[in-house]
Design a protein around this ligand. Structure first.
Ligand code: IPE
Ligand code: IPE
Ligand code: MG
Length: 253
């Protein structure tokens, strides 16, 4: 797999519209609680926001959209909530994959699948195969994903591939083994729900990503809020370690 513009190895292009947006969809439970509804109703409603944001990204020419749906730490939640989320994921795959395919969207799922039941794994594989050649948008769902898990599994796979070299790997050698090897690093990270933390999302890939935090809860997020996040991104100066003077004096690198 090609080396994909590592922000620490080369200075990446700075697209006006982010090529890759990564989102922590947070605040479902609080949204429901504010309405005196059970938390899971917030997750249900959050699916509608997913639809709206996918559509908006496709229309705006975003190439990669990565959504954090379930973290490796979310198993710590009450069993009923975990089971509801798994069922919801299964239903989403069942109902929405046809539409994604019609819209030329490529679906990928990243995360540790070993804790998912066989039916869910089967649906994921089918959906990925069906949509593999699609080109309008690559939608990645991070499910049972953790940034530390990702780095560890990639390191493990890399060392398995080169048993003779116990150490002395280069940074770019790890890249093909990371879950998001097929995508450029995110240009823009969005977290809804007011918390200002990464919560073990794409630790490696967020090295030079512009971070945007909003208090809006995920079920209340929509195209308007997405546009506000992109407008904020467009005002940033992405220096990648250089000085502001360098950027103003030179056109490219
Ligand atoms: C995000 O919403 C969805 C998942 C983590 C699955 P939350 O469920 O974390 O909602 P809050 O943060 O409790 O409001
Ligand atoms: C992060 O949200 C994970 C997802 C949105 C899937 P959490 O609600 O789990 O994060 P913390 O616990 O507040 O950090
Ligand atoms: Mg939360």
């Amino acid at each position: 797999m090609a080396l994909f513009k590592s922000s620490t190895r080369i200075i990446p292009d700075v697209p006006a519209v982010p090529r890759h947006i990564a989102i922590i969809m947070d605040g479902n439970g609080r949204w429901a609680k504010q309405r005196f509804m059970p938390r899971v109703m917030g997750h249900q409603r959050g699916v509608e926001t997913v639809r709206e944001v996918v559509k908006a990204c496709r229309e705006m020419g975003v190439e990669y959209l990565t959504l954090f749906a379930f973290s490796s730490e979310n198993w710590r939640r009450p069993a009923e909530e975990v089971s509801f989320l798994m069922q919801l994921f299964l239903k989403m795959l069942e109902r929405e994959v046809g539409k994604l395919h019609e819209n030329n969207i490529c679906l990928k799922v990243i995360g540790d699948r070993s804790r998912f039941d066989a039916q869910l794994v089967g649906y994921i594989e089918q959906a990925e195969q069906l949509t593999a050649a699609n080109t309008s948008l690559t939608l990645t769902i991070a499910a049972n994903y953790g940034g530390r898990w990702d780095i560890m599994q990639a390191m493990h796979a890399l060392s398995q591939a080169h048993p003779e070299r116990a150490t002395a790997f280069e940074e770019e050698e790890l890249d093909p083994y990371l879950s998001m090897h097929y995508a450029p690093e995110p240009d823009l990270f969005i977290r809804t729900g007011g918390e200002q933390r990464i919560s073990n999302f794409l630790l490696w890939q967020l090295a030079y990503t512009e971070l945007y935090f909003t208090d809006v809860l995920w079920p209340a997020f929509g195209r308007k809020e997405l546009e506000a996040a992109i407008a904020s991104y467009q005002k940033r100066e992405r220096r990648f370690g250089r000085t502001s003077e360098q950027l103003k004096g030179e056109s490219g690198a």
